[in-house]
Design a protein around this ligand. Structure first.
Ligand code: HEC
Ligand code: HEC
Length: 348
């Protein structure tokens, strides 16, 4: 009698155990499935207007950059085709305008996208979102009011060490159409979070090309090559990894030839895969590698008309004459605080 009774009593226990087990399995499944397919963890709020929000404190670039409009929304019309062509020209410039370009031979083989990452949409990697809202504008470099076409030609002549396009050319009209399409949602004059460069505090010493050379060897050379020459594509119509110096790189009139621009750019964008919210270089590495790369040889551009008002030259402008007595060397490589202090003293 006793053993049977025991078995009867054991049965519900077994059932209970089974039920518990099933519940546990279901729970685990639910947790795993919601992790996989459930709503993403709440993203921080997108802040599109730095003017009302105020800039984030230096070093705290944690907000998502303002997103670009979805390319799937480009209309399937003639205007849409022009926008797509403009995007294609910016992403694969060399195929069309490079030394073996299918349209014209204007440039050094680099692409706009080499510096304006993700066709000019990546946050703090030279993105174009604010261009339509801020041009035409007065630029101190030329002392003139410049439209988007002039700005594009500036990069063609300097960053791509090439020749300008006619404003009326199919290619210029397409690139401008794409840039305007990117900026469609942004009101005139509004500041957009993610454009320009990240802020980087000056070092309390001059930037150092010798230290930068070691950074280059460790973190850049594998792609950009031991001589900064980059890695050409197999068909020779452009680059897999663009050159950083030498005859096929940007010239000394380009924006990246300024050490501060270069440092801020690579801090938020290089080695490839880095982003402003996931940088891979320390500030020091970014500053020193900028000094190293910009101490290497590259094409020269005659820029006799630049900066008609020398007092407006950026602090790190690498060519004199200057409105102060600091050397070319110090303007180019820093330390910049003494120059800044002298400028502040003068204006106060
Ligand atoms: C070698 C890097 C490099 C390449 C290649 C390059 N640019 Fe630029 N571009 C820059 C930098 C750096 C700036 C901003 C710095 C400055 O103003 O001095 C800039 C600025 C611009 C701006 C103004 C952005 C703004 O918000 O004011 C436009 C428009 C532009 N480039 C278009 C182009 C186009 C189109 C191409 C290709 C034909 C191109 N760039 C190729 C580096 C590059
Ligand atoms: C994993 C490969 C890789 C590494 C490592 C890398 N880059 Fe780049 N870099 C690229 C690619 C690819 C591009 C072009 C991006 C594009 O076209 O979308 C680029 C573009 C650039 C540009 C703008 C275009 C030009 O040629 O002037 C600069 C400047 C640059 N890299 C600097 C650096 C520096 C400095 C380092 C080291 C701290 C570095 N990169 C490490 C792959 C790399």
């Amino acid at each position: 009698m006793k053993p049977t009774q025991d078995r009867v009593q054991q049965l519900p226990q077994l059932v209970r155990l089974l039920m518990l087990l099933t519940a546990a399995v279901v729970l685990v499944l639910v947790v795993v499935l919601t992790q996989l397919y459930g709503p993403a963890p709440a993203a921080p709020e997108v802040v599109a207007n730095e003017a009302t929000e105020g800039p984030p404190p230096p070093g705290s670039y944690r907000r998502p950059a303002t997103p670009a409009p979805d390319t799937a929304t480009i209309p399937r019309t003639a205007a849409g085709r022009q926008i797509r062509y403009g995007r294609e020209l910016i992403a694969n410039t060399a195929q069309y305008l490079g030394p073996q370009g299918s349209v014209l031979h204007l440039t050094n083989g680099m692409n706009c996208q080499n510096c304006h990452l993700q066709a000019g949409t990546q946050g703090f990697a030279n993105n174009y979102l604010a261009v339509a809202a801020t041009y035409p504008k007065l630029r101190a470099r030329s002392g003139q009011v410049e439209g988007i076409e002039k700005r594009v030609n500036d990069c063609l002549e300097r960053s791509l060490n090439g020749r300008p396009l006619a404003d009326s050319s199919r290619e210029m009209r397409a690139m401008v159409a794409y840039i305007k399409w990117l900026g469609q949602g942004i009101a005139k004059g509004k500041k957009v979070y993610g454009t320009g460069f990240v802020k980087l505090a000056y070092l309390d010493r001059a930037t150092d090309p010798v230290m930068g050379k070691a950074v280059y060897a460790g973190k850049c050379q594998s792609c950009h090559g031991p001589e900064g020459q980059g890695q050409p594509l197999a068909d020779g119509r452009g680059y897999q990894y663009p050159p950083l110096w030498g005859p096929h790189s940007y010239n000394d009139g380009a924006g990246l030839f300024r050490v501060t621009n270069f440092a801020k750019y690579v801090k938020a964008a290089m080695p490839y895969g880095a982003t402003f919210d996931h940088p891979q270089l320390t500030d020091k590495q970014a500053w020193d590698v900028a000094a190293f790369v910009n101490s290497q040889p590259r094409p020269h551009l005659k820029t006799t008309h630049d900066w008609p008002d020398i007092s407006k030259k950026p602090i790190d402008h690498p060519f004199g004459p200057y409105a102060d007595a600091f050397s070319v060397q110090q303007h180019k490589y820093g330390p910049w605080q003494p120059i800044e202090a002298a400028q502040t003293a003068k204006t106060n």
